[in-house]
Design a protein around this ligand. Structure first.
Ligand code: SAM
Length: 256
């Protein structure tokens, strides 16, 4: 099976458990709301509707967060490959529009400049190749309206991760060396065993430098890039990181 099919099978199989254990964000939820609030206020003043695309929306925790904080003036579309997770998302947020599709296939058929906000939490890390990650970033640029925001959180390599997945991290490094430097030592296959089965999920553990390069190559302007620790506090030390937090903007070349 391919990496993407493995991920889809895993998330479909674990959909119920995932939904139950991921109903709310940790601290990064507050950070996202704080970031989006001025955009909603401005849209409200201008009587404008914000178009929001959630890439890899899972069981709908971001859509729920939005609904809790902002009553109206937005249109939400969530896209995910897992039918199982989307069933929960639809139940949680009946007003949202949810599409079951593989992300790269979804973005290529979209018209340009459709969204004011594109957000992906704990997900971009699942895209298996550097080429596809850049391809997607360029499409996110294309789909954003001018002054639109791209917001990402992704898992990070940390002391905690290393402790838990030492064998897998070491295995990834050895594989990278034996392939003569092809791929990345940050491509990790994380095992998950339940009573009946063992699954492996692919993760690419981004460094901040790599994310910055991707943003610049896509044409977006970097607004915020940092690691967040267990408490959701900003840190530059990868050892204490739990995830990375990225905000990028599609800036107009010339202001009218
Ligand atoms: C860790 S979950 C995060 C879900 C959600 N963003 C959240 O924060 O709760 C990763 C999600 O990415 C989806 N996914 C992974 N690869 C995908 C792809 N190539 N196309 C569409 N969805 C994908 C999975 O089905 C899963 O819902």
């Amino acid at each position: 099976m391919s990496i993407k099919t493995d991920l889809q099978t895993f998330y479909d199989y674990e959909a119920h458990k995932y939904y139950q254990t991921r109903k709310k964000y940790r601290k990064e939820g507050e950070r996202i709301i704080k970031l989006l609030t001025p955009l909603f206020q401005e849209a409200h003043q201008k009587k404008k509707t914000l178009n929001i695309l959630e890439i890899w929306c899972g069981s709908g925790r971001f859509a729920s967060l939005l609904a809790q904080h902002f009553a109206t003036n937005y249109r939400y579309v969530g896209v995910d490959i897992s039918q199982g997770l989307l069933a929960y998302a639809k139940k949680e947020c009946p007003k949202g529009k949810f599409i079951c599709e593989e992300m790269t296939e979804f973005v290529v058929r979209q018209k340009q400049e459709k969204f004011d906000i594109i957000i992906g939490t704990s997900s971009f890390q699942h895209i298996p190749s550097a080429r596809e990650r850049l391809f997607l970033m360029k499409h996110f640029y294309r789909l954003l309206n001018y002054d639109g925001l791209l917001v990402f959180t992704n898992w990070s390599l940390s002391q905690r991760f290393l402790k838990r997945y030492r064998k897998e991290v070491f295995g990834a490094f050895v594989k990278y060396v034996f392939r003569g430097g092809r791929g990345s030592p940050r491509d990790i296959f994380v095992p998950r065993t339940n009573k009946e089965k063992t699954f492996t999920r692919f993760y690419h553990l981004f460094s901040l430098k790599e994310l910055k390069k991707l943003v610049i190559s896509s044409g977006l302007t970097l607004e915020q890039l940092t690691y967040l620790d267990e408490k959701g506090t900003t840190t530059w030390n990868w050892k204490h990181a739990r995830s990375s937090f990225l905000v990028a903007k599609k800036t107009p070349l010339v202001r009218e």
